[in-house]
Structures are given as structure tokens and as C-alpha cells.
Design a protein around this ligand. Structure first.
Ligand SMILES: *Cc1c(COP(=O)(O)O)cnc(C)c1O
Length: 390
């Protein structure tokens, strides 16, 4: 099939909820991928931070294939050794206590919401404060948690009980802690909101404030987690620890998984029957996630992520059209001086580089395993596009 045939089939049979780039990807290796017409691209997107080990990492493929040939799914009525291993490895890497497994970032945040409500039940507190410009998912409740009106319109009424504070303003959060709040939910770097890192002091002060008020601090690390920002979880570089942390995107290395991790205080919050997910804890996905953790829990691997980040920043530093670069590790937002981010994305694709945008910024989320050679090839195309005058 050629691209035009795929596009025709798509337009006939798939609902039009995505604005797609006119490319159909069919295979890949690390950060290099081919489309259906055989054209090659360098990939600075990793499927929005999902393919943390790039396309088709050999160890990941072997583990997933082996598990698929052994047992592909068991219901949560039985114990799963893949899952118990994954939960132990996550707890140790995160400095947290127990896990609940599900299938996506939104579902992990739904779980965190249920934990917060259950926690607050005892003292009549059911509200959750989130931040303006945040993004927490597309289900009705996680849309409600998302502090951006543009996502809300058309789908009202949303789940009650969410209010929005200004980022980096302790006063603004404090104002809303009126005794009816059970949790504050934040991203440490707002991804979809424009790759906006929170101030370290704000995050530390927020931790203190939540402790004083008996309010849970939930950190959504769906995008920032699992090595993406150069530490296992981003909060480990903010010198705090949350009560609840959610992760998803990069954890499975390309297969759907979400997790909600809690600290010791909350380890017994759920009783049997209180939460569940048919696919949650799938062993094939878990086998892939264990390979991801093999890489991402190695200090040398995380150091390499930071070195690649520094390298990208250094290269972009000398590019005229770049106003600034923000973000951490391999989660970078690039503000351009005069060019339109969306147009730059399309021109890069034309020349063989896949990138993302976030609001009016260009966004890079390359696989954590991207090689220097792949980085260089991609950056050459990026610079070329930024320097042409059309
Ligand atoms: C992508 C994202 C989500 C939603 O994850 P899904 O797997 O698409 O449901 C939630 N929070 C953050 C911070 C994200 O980046």
C-alpha cells in the first residue's frame, strides 16, 4: 500500500480527532525510522516520549517476544511474578512504597484522584488543586484536572472538585487550601503546556505547605518520568518526594502501561474492590518495562541523557533563530524568534526530521538512547530549516 491509499482508508474509517502529519511510519531502529514510501527520518519525538529505548531495542524485543510466547495475559484474580518484580523495581528506583498498574497516563491520574478522594473522605475534603497550563489527560476527570480552558470546551460538564492555582505562586495555592482540599496535583515540567519547568523553591515550599495542611502532593510524571529529564523521576532532582506519583509514557518502552505509586502513608488506602483495570499489569508490557528499567536505573545511562541534553543546548546556543531552550534532560522546548513552530515541524519532516511542538514552542523528546550520530543528523536538518528564509 502507498501513502495515498493509507490516507484514503484513514479518512474513510478513522474518526478525525487528530491533526496528523502526512507520513505513515512502518519501521524503525533506535532514533531512525522509515515511512511506507521508504523515506528515512531521524526521530526526535519517540512517539511523544514513549519509545524511551528507541524503536525495536533488541533486548526489549526479545523480552516482549519471550513473554508473549509464555503467557500473554492473566486476570488480576491471580498473582503475576512479572508485575511483582516490576513493582519492587519501581518502588526502589522511586523511593516509594506500592504500585497500582493500569494502561495510560490518564488512567494513572484517575487512580491518583481516587486515592486523594479516599484519603480526604475522613475529614470532608474532596477538592484537588492543579496548576494553570497543566495537562493531565483526556478522560472527563483528567480533563477537569487539566488547567487549560481550551481542552474543556465542548465537553461540559466536567468532573467537579478541581480548582486551578498560578504556577510558582505559593500564595495562590495557599489561598485555595480552605480545608476542603485533599490534594495538590502538579507536573514538575509542564509538557503539553509548553515545556515549562516549575521553580525549585516553589516545589519545595509546596511540599512544606502540603505537609503543614495535611494535603497530599501528587506529582504527574507521565511525561517527565522514567529517565526523561535525566533523573529516574524529575522530583529526585527537586529534592522532594511526593505522596503519590503517576507515570506512563516512557515506562513500557512502547507498550501501553500506567502506574500510580504511593508512599508508605498511603500504602493501605485501597481495599480489594476499590480500584481495578482489566488490562492493568499485563505481563507482556511488564516484561518490556523491566528492560526499560534495566537501562534507566543505571546512573551512567542517566548521565548520558544529561550529556546529550547539554550537547543539544550547546548546538542550539549558536543558532540565531533560537530565542531560548528550556526543559531538562531530553525533554526540551525551543522558542523561536520569528518562525512558526508548526511550519518548522512540517519543513523538518520534509527534510527527514521528526519533531514535536508544545504551544508555540518546538519540542524535542528523542529516545533516551539516541546516538551522537543520530543527534547530529537531526540537528543539521533542524539548523538548515531554521536558517532558510522562506
Ligand atoms: C501525556 C500525558 C498524560 C496523559 O497520558 P495518556 O497516556 O495519553 O492518557 C497525562 N499527564 C501528562 C503530564 C502527560 O504528558
Amino acid at each position: 500500500m502507498n501513502f495515498e491509499a493509507v490516507k484514503k482508508q484513514e479518512n474513510t474509517y478513522i474518526m478525525h480527532s487528530y491533526g496528523r502529519v502526512d507520513i505513515a511510519l512502518t519501521e524503525g531502529k533506535n532514533a531512525t525510522t522509515q515511512d511506507i514510501e521508504g523515506k528515512t527520518y531521524i526521530d526526535f519525538t519517540s512517539g511523544i516520549g514513549v519509545n524511551s529505548l528507541g524503536y525495536c531495542n533488541e533486548k526489549w524485543v526479545a523480552a516482549v517476544q519471550e513473554q508473549a510466547g509464555k503467557i500473554q495475559h492473566i486476570s488480576n484474580y491471580y498473582y503475576s511474578p512479572v508485575n511483582t518484580e516490576l513493582a519492587e523495581r519501581l518502588a526502589k528506583a522511586a523511593g516509594m512504597c506500592k504500585s497500582f498498574f493500569c494502561n495510560s497516563g490518564a488512567e494513572a491520574n484517575e487512580c491518583a484522584t481516587k486515592i486523594a478522594r479516599k484519603y480526604g473522605e475522613a475529614f470532608g475534603a474532596d477538592k484537588i488543586v492543579t496548576l494553570k497550563d497543566s495537562f493531565h489527560g483526556r478522560t472527563i476527570t483528567t480533563l477537569s484536572a487539566t488547567g487549560q480552558d481550551s481542552f474543556h470546551q465542548d465537553f461540559l460538564p466536567l468532573t467537579e472538585g478541581f480548582t486551578y492555582a498560578d504556577k510558582d505562586s505559593i500564595a495562590s495555592v495557599q489561598e485555595q487550601l480552605d480545608g476542603t482540599v485533599c490534594a495538590v496535583l502538579i507536573e514538575l515540567i509542564q509538557g503539553e503546556g509548553g515545556v515549562i519547568p516549575l521553580e525549585k523553591q516553589f516545589v519545595k515550599d509546596l511540599r512544606t505547605l502540603c505537609d503543614e495542611k495535611g494535603v497530599l502532593l501528587i506529582i504527574d510524571e507521565v511525561q517527565t518520568g522514567i529517565g526523561r529529564t535525566g533523573s529516574f523521576f524529575a522530583y529526585q532532582d527537586f529534592d522532594i518526594s511526593p505522596d503519590v506519583v503517576t507515570a506512563a509514557k516512557g515506562l513500557g518502552g512502547g507498550l501501553p502501561i500506567g502506574v500510580c505509586l504511593v508512599n508508605e502513608k498511603l500504602q493501605d488506602i485501597f481495599k480489594p474492590g476499590m480500584n481495578g483495570s482489566t488490562f492493568g499489569g499485563n505481563p507482556v508490557v511488564g516484561a518490556g518495562a523491566l528492560v526499560v528499567l534495566d537501562y534507566v536505573t543505571e546512573p551512567a545511562f542517566l548521565q548520558a541523557v544529561n550529556e546529550k541534553s547539554d550537547y543539544i543546548k550547546k548546538v542550539l546556543d549558536s543558532v540565531d533563530e533560537v530565542e531560548f531552550v528550556r526543559g531538562k534532560g531530553l525533554m526540551l522546548g525551543i522558542k523561536l524568534k520569528s518562525k512558526n513552530a508548526k511550519e518548522v515541524l512540517l519543513q523538518c519532516a520534509e527534510k527527514g526530521l521528526l519533531i514535536l511542538t508544545a504551544k508555540d514552542l518546538v519540542r524535542f523528546l528523542p529516545p533516551l538512547t539516541i546516538t551522537k550520530d543520530e543527534l547530529d543528523k537531526g540537528l543539521v536538518i533542524f539548523k538548515e530549516v531554521l536558517s532558510n528564509n522562506q
